[in-house]
Design a protein around this ligand. Sequence first.
Ligand code: AMP
Length: 412
Amino acid sequence: MYDSIRGTKDILPEESKKWEFLERTIREVARLYNVREIRIPTFERTELFYKSTGEDTDIVQKEMYTFTDKGGRSLTLKPEGTPGVVRAFLQYSLHKKRPFHKLFYIERMFRQERPQKGRYREFYQFGVEIIGSASPLVDVELISMVMNILERLGIKGTYVRVNSLGCDKCRADYRKALKEYLKGKLPLLCENCRRRYETNPLRILDCKVDAEKLTDAPRMIDFLCDECKEHHRIVIDTLRYLNIPFKEDPTLVRGLDYYTRTVFEFIHPSLGAQDSIGGGGRYDTLIKSMGGPDIPAAGFAMGMERMLLAMGDREIEEERPVLFFVALGDDAKRLSFNLLEGMRKAGVKADMDYIGRSMKAQMREANRLGAMFTYIIGEDEIKKGIGILKNMGTGEQMNVPMDVEEIKRRIS
Ligand code: AMP
């Protein structure tokens, strides 16, 4: 007997109906927003994540499943979707086909984190990347799309934390001011943050260990250049106009290196320690830094397990079989099987007993499955070539010839 690996999870049928509902809802809303699907590989060159996720992030530093394959290449199971999507975008020169792209993915991600409720080592993310526009309306469209999905899923109480991280230009000034401020605090900070002081001081604000000590740090929002300020103003005004619940949060920096201007995170308070169900932001310089043209973009990723947790116990109706064949004896079984196949070809959800149940037990099974009709074939019925169709709701019975078209006519 083997167990699954810690941090991985089987999705059994009772749960998978919720997954199916979740995915259906996502796809439906993606369609409304005119966002098209992209599917990317499970593993990529390790370098890709160093370059795009960022060398100094927790993901790259501590969490990647990296291995050397038989060809001696270093490969990594994808810990997030954006690097692969951007790699594919550039590999197939999608920008030469059209200047503007809206893409979504539903993919498995892999991170070697400490497993706990809402945190796994293999998990699903639904993400969107909108590539080719610098418009602040795109940032809001991303947020509104998520809120729309959450609403359809019946998830209430989510709000958005929003901040701006500025652009390369204004961030340089901020970085200077932040370093000046942090200088005196260095001995108090954790080892990780002391290292980041030189490589990426902004990330220090994201540190869970040191957050308390840095509440009076200078804020990026006070350093925005005129263009970034205007961009942020439009985002905020539009969120307000759309009645999307949000909080401006100058401490939000997000864990990845590539964000510029707008960053956001979706918070669902009932999830406790893992209360972030997703997040994202603008990444105007990433594509260029990966060797591509200078194309602005923005995106988000939602944790699908957390979306399901936030849905709570909401029951998802399973589609019931329309028809269950109840048959006794080999001949009756064979006849049922032929009719059963015919019903399915005719588009009717149907089933029969395969484990030698008694008539009574077969009726019970039909009830348990919620079948709307049973079609009963016993010895007498075989002789006459006519079976009994029973409406399980009303109890009403009628004789119906053993013919797919006839049966279909009576049940529809
Ligand atoms: P990130 O890519 O880190 O911004 O994560 C985006 C969302 O993915 C988070 O808000 C979570 O909902 C989800 N997520 C991240 N890491 C995990 C994990 N280890 N297990 C389950 N969900 C995760």
